[in-house]
Design a protein around this ligand. Structure first.
Ligand SMILES: Cc1cc2nc3c(=O)[nH]c(=O)nc-3n(C[C@H](O)[C@H](O)[C@H](O)COP(=O)(O)OP(=O)(O)OC[C@H]3O[C@@H](n4cnc5c(N)ncnc54)[C@H](O)[C@@H]3O)c2cc1C
Length: 448
């Protein structure tokens, strides 16, 4: 009989894990996926963080295709295997896409001279799925998993997991006879479950690796100012590094043409991100991208970031500053949930010395893109909460102390769709061809 596999989180990682299993003949009825969000038929576009296909799989569709981008994968399995796993994720997105021929890859190869004195430019391939197709992809993908017998529990929050008795506990929901025992657990809660991941790490005293702070702003401006660079690299990544200060900055997740800023809510505070639509009716001629700082060497980076984010709120909203502009509307035509401020002084006081790096970044962009001038705005803050990464076996991402519990996706070390999906697949490979897997991995149960 197939082992009972419970997957917590139906985001990119959880869904790719389940797909790998049923594609290879695993009995779908032995798989249960629990998610606090909704299925793709009931999930609304503005429910950005929770539900089938998770965060980026619902609101954006840029599948980065490089092991240096989007978190760690080659560290576990090496370069070749990492690329193979990412290929599987991209194939899945194409396979459930209503128009797979529209999925395109951009692959810039040369850093242009005009940005060189001020910024570096990271060049890597990206597959563009198109935001507008994500909900259709999600429905097709969901129908496939249901047809294979996979059980789903929607709008159900997992509140406790007992790794010793192998039980999952949910909040009160009418799933009367849900057997909460598991043989194998895939923990794929993404960013919206990061506090839960932290709680488990604390209560089981899991061995972890500390992570850096990742904080900044979402920058928005008319696209025309950046067109010269967008023609070379659609999702351009400008970066600069201050090695001696332990600080680096990068532009992050660029959206063009029909580009909208998205609100994220974590721990009751608002922060900002962005997404792009593909349908021509959404064209707005805007560009937005994060300007994210990675800060190393801060004690308790997670608490530090949360504290800063909570101070950067006004009346339950994040902040917007522009020398000349007003906040844009959401893709649904609603007012953006943000409070406009007229000066950046208080932001500078809250962010301290780190704020200067952001200001310098924007100042230099004004030099490199001369028409930009004061025609821009920033949504404050943008943040990536990286909780300490639990120590896992590289071959299957199982916890060193609990080998039947696998941490995957943003809950582990990923920061992107492709890497998260790939980690989900890696975690379950051993269940689809156990003999082959044993031959490769033998008795290797520890790092190295
Ligand atoms: C607006 C936005 C745009 C993005 N755009 C891109 C992009 O273009 N390209 C890219 O590569 N990355 C992008 N990302 C990042 C990307 O979305 C994530 O890296 C990826 O979704 C992580 O996958 P995951 O499966 O680990 O988690 P998620 O996709 O976040 O899914 C986690 C799931 O777990 C569920 N969950 C959490 N806690 C619980 C609980 N206690 N009980 C039950 N269910 C729970 C949630 O409801 C959610 O559905 C974007 C993120 C956002 C927010």
């Amino acid at each position: 009989m197939a082992k009972k596999i419970v997957i917590v989180g139906s985001g990119v990682a959880g869904v790719n894990a389940a797909t790998k299993l049923v594609d290879n003949g695993y009995d779908g009825s032995s798989i249960t996926i629990i998610d606090m969000g909704k299925d793709p038929y009931n999930r609304k576009p503005e429910e950005v963080m929770t539900g089938f296909l998770g965060a980026g799989g619902w609101s954006d569709g840029k599948l980065t295709y490089h092991t240096a981008i989007g978190g760690q994968l080659s560290k576990y399995v090496g370069e070749k295997k990492a690329m193979k796993l990412m290929d599987e994720v991209i194939t899945n997105f194409k396979r459930f896409h209503p128009k797979p021929e529209e999925v395109q890859c951009s692959n810039p190869i040369e850093e242009p001279e005009f940005i060189k004195p001020y910024f570096g430019l990271r060049l890597f391939p990206v597959w563009h799925v198109g935001t507008d197709y994500l909900s259709e992809i999600a429905k097709n993908w969901y129908d496939y998993l249901v047809s294979k017998g996979v059980n789903f529990m929607w709008e159900t929050k997992v509140t406790r997991i007992n790794f010793n008795s192998q039980e999952v506990f949910t909040d009160e929901r009418p799933y009367g006879d849900f057997n909460n025992k598991y043989d194998e657990l895939i923990f794929a809660v993404g960013k919206s479950g990061i506090d839960f991941a932290q709680q488990l790490q604390d209560s089981y005293k899991l061995e972890t690796e500390p992570k850096s702070v990742q904080i900044g702003v979402r920058f928005e401006a008319p696209q025309k100012h950046f067109q010269k660079l967008i023609d070379i690299s659609y999702d351009f990544k400008l970066y600069r590094k201050f090695e001696d200060k332990g600080v680096s900055l990068r532009s992050f997740c660029t959206n063009n043409n029909a580009a909208y800023v998205a609100v994220e809510e974590t721990y009751g505070d608002l922060s900002y991100n962005g997404h792009a639509k593909k349908d021509p009716k959404y064209l707005n001629g805007m560009t937005n991208f994060g300007i994210l700082m990675e800060i190393n060497g801060i004690d308790n980076p997670f608490e530090w970031s949360r504290n800063i984010v909570s101070k950067l709120q006004f009346g339950g909203k994040g902040l917007y500053y522009s020398p000349t502009r007003k906040p844009s509307k959401t893709s649904e035509g609603n007012e953006m949930n943000v409070h406009q401020i007229n000066t950046l002084k208080e932001v500078g006081d809250i962010m301290g010395e780190y704020w200067d790096y952001i200001v310098d970044f924007i100042t230099d962009m004004k030099t490199v893109f001369p028409t930009l001038s004061n025609d821009w705005g920033i949504y404050i803050p943008e943040v990536k909460y990286l909780s300490p990464e639990p120590l896992v076996y590289p071959r299957d991402l199982a916890l060193v102390d609990f080998p039947n519990v696998h941490f995957v996706g943003d809950a582990l070390s990923a920061r992107g769709i492709t890497v998260s999906g790939a980690q989900g697949i890696l975690a379950v490979e051993k269940f689809v061809s156990p003999d082959e897997w044993d031959n490769i991995h033998g008795d290797m149960t520890h790092w190295g």
